[in-house]
Design a protein around this ligand. Structure first.
Ligand SMILES: Cc1ncc(COP(=O)(O)O)c(C=O)c1O
Length: 386
């Protein structure tokens, strides 16, 4: 039994997983329904709404309802990964449809768009999403069916004006989908700014403990396009398992605490290192001289996120060696990919993205966790000094 109380703040809804109390036992924690199949009523109906877990499960529903409330949407679908969620949106398009996506974005999705999605017949055009004139020029009324935005975007942390791009998309009859993984609903709610769909790699902040792979889509309206996305999930089968869905709703209970702490520490780290002599640049939208600081201040509430990047000084080959050497010296930061967990991660981004990566060779991406901020600063200071 879930109690819906529209007056509770999102932080309260998250802490109590929508105020769940089990109708049979009084348990405050929702159960895990491992069932893949559900009994049909004698009159041949399925009154519970559950048939087969590829189509939906009560355990997905607990996390889905919470995320719908946090994002201010009308329905959420959980997927097996952020990638399964993102690709489901594109698979709901038809061959010949035109899609606009950012030049710099989560690299693996960019690769998929330029590879399999293009081969399948979607016409993919990459533009600088922070240049609204370029986006306006790329839009083809009647043919552009989807604009994909990631904000703040990996790993340069540029911020896209969601309301402005939503206007351009809607004027052309296109949908706007926003990958809001790095902001989380704590700091930004893209649907409030006019987006049609918000996507998360729930592997990151939503779960927050680096132990679940999951993805989500939340819609602002249940229209034909959303029904096509629902059909993609049901028919291509990229669903999450019930244990992972349960862990995800548990992780989301502390979402607000984790994101606020990570965001405050990331701000302190960015300010501490911004004039460091071994660095060419600190990339963080919370810094007043960041090119998108004004948009980020309007669009994000309560912080600028837990992600930042530092660029080591020097020519490309010098900066590359210095970045790898710095990552080798840290002790508290962990050298690993991914982001949004409680432990802080440092990553030489160009190494994982490989050939064709638009990322500067001397860039280290930092995902700030919830350790002592002083310890994180001291560890990075020592690594840069050696
Ligand atoms: C911004 C962003 N979007 C999407 C994804 C893909 O999510 P997943 O790894 O859960 O498939 C990632 C993963 O790193 C990401 O950082």
């Amino acid at each position: 039994m879930t109690i819906k109380n529209e007056t509770w703040a999102p932080a309260s809804l998250a802490a109590q997983a929508m105020g769940h109390i089990d109708g049979t036992t009084g348990a405050l924690i929702p159960p895990i329904h491992a069932a893949t199949t559900f009994q049909r009523d004698p009159d041949n109906e399925y009154r519970t709404g559950f048939v087969y877990s590829r189509l939906g499960s009560p355990t997905y529903q607990a996390a889905e309802e919470l995320l719908t409330a946090l994002e201010g949407g009308v329905e959420t679908l959980l997927f097996a990964s952020g990638t399964a969620a993102a690709t489901a949106v594109v698979m709901a398009l038809r061959p010949g449809d035109h899609l606009i996506a950012p030049t710099v974005m989560y690299w693996s999705l960019r690769k998929w768009l330029l590879g399999p999605a293009t081969e399948w017949g979607v016409e993919v055009e990459l533009v600088d999403m922070t240049d609204l004139d370029a986006v306006a020029r790329a839009v083809r009324p009647g043919r552009t069916k989807l604009i994909w935005v990631e904000t703040p975007s990996n790993p340069l942390w540029r911020v896209t004006d969601i309301a402005a791009v939503a206007k351009l998309a809607h004027q052309a009859g296109a949908k706007l989908a926003v990958d809001s993984t790095c902001a989380s609903p704590v700091l930004s709610r893209p649907l409030d700014h006019g987006a049609d769909i918000v996507m998360h790699s729930a592997t990151k902040y939503l779960n927050g403990h680096s132990d679940v792979l999951a993805g989500t889509l939340t819609t602002s309206h249940k229209d034909d396009f959303w029904q096509r996305i629902c059909a993609v999930r049901a028919q291509s089968g990229g669903v999450i398992g019930p244990f992972e869905a349960w862990l995800l709703q548990r992780g989301m209970r502390t979402l607000f605490l984790r994101v606020r702490e990570a965001s405050a520490s990331a701000g302190s780290i960015a300010r501490h290192f911004r004039h460091h002599p071994k660095l060419a640049e600190v990339l963080y939208p919370g810094l007043p001289d960041h090119p998108d600081h004004a948009i980020a201040s309007r669009q994000m509430q309560g912080g600028f996120g837990g992600m930042l990047s530092i660029r080591l000084a020097g020519a490309d080959d010098v900066a590359l060696r210095a970045a790898i050497a710095c990552a080798a010296k840290v002790r508290l930061w962990k050298r690993a990919t991914s982001l949004g967990g409680v432990e802080s991660l440092i990553e030489h981004r160009a190494s994982i993205e490989g050939v064709g990566s638009p990322v500067p060779p001397g860039l280290l991406r930092l995902s700030v966790g919830i350790e002592s901020c002083d310890d994180l600063i001291a560890d990075l200071d020592a690594a840069l000094a050696s």
